[in-house]
Design a protein around this ligand. Sequence first.
Ligand code: NDP
Length: 327
Amino acid sequence: PTAPVNVVVTGAAGQIGYALLFRIASGQLLGPDTPVRLRLLEIPQAVKAAEGVALELEDCAFPLLSGIDITDDATAAFDGANVGLLVGARPRTKGMERGDLLEANGGIFAPQGRAINAGAADDIRVLVVGNPANTNALIASAAAPDVPAERFTAMTRLDHNRALAQLSSKLGVPLTDIKKLTIWGNHSATQYPDLYHAEVGGKIAAEQVEESWLRDEFIPRVAKRGAEIIEVRGASSAASAANAAIDHVHDWVNGTPEGDWTSAAIPSDGSYGVAEGIISSFPVTSVNGEWKIVQGLEINDFSRERIDASVAELVEEREAVKGLGLL
Ligand code: NDP
């Protein structure tokens, strides 16, 4: 039998955690042959609620779930960790300045990065979900100098999936007909969902929709879908965020399908003029357990402007975090 994979979920008692843990334990993260041991990290006042979730996990009698540990100590949580899903974060509250937001998250993600550096397994893979996800991932990575930077990623897969769904419904085609869609940049309102390389039935998607729809409906709808969910559901998206986190790690470990790619925020190597070192979303494939940026795409003026704007925001966030002494 294979040794269990240690999967850490932070913010485990939150609503994304609640939608995520049962799917991990059922085998949807790493596949039907891989046993998992869950490590739930929470802040002290939420440990009891995490214990409650653990009781429910127990009651599912998942054959692949080999154990559950619950802690408020990041060092203990990440000791021997193979996968880290960093969900718990300090959300922006009304009137909060960006500097305060980044500082509060620095207080969460820097210690977690240090804990990963100190004790995680050599194959550790980190996905940051908690916002501002890209910059939180950068903070954690900077605090883990002995872990290769490419092991720290941030989630834009939900944006990717949202874009797939919008395009599929606009064109009335099955989701499986759509390939090579890309989310570029930051997981924020500046993100750029790119249809100029996306293919529908082998033809470029941007050529099958009106330009006004692409610019004035599709892009803002995808970028503001989170707010739409809050408005309609009365609570922020959770199950769809958890689903995207599963997709991201699943593909990272198991690979992306031949002839297609997906979107993930990974450290920039300078490809496509994206500032080196920031964690920005790219078109990526996963090969042998590593993300690779798809190379050689032609970027038109419209896309250039949008990518640059989102990258500029990430560079500003990096400068702000540097100013706080977190990098
Ligand atoms: P959620 O589980 O709903 O959300 C968690 C984080 O995910 C938020 O930062 C949220 O950012 C982010 N997120 C990213 N993408 C999405 C998306 N598409 N839709 C919704 N959220 C998204 O928050 P809860 O408040 O229910 O739970 C958070 C838990 O984290 C709490 O139990 C808290 O105790 C815990 N926590 C744990 C920490 C730790 O382990 N050290 C540190 C801080 C908190 P946004 O709000 O911007 O949408």
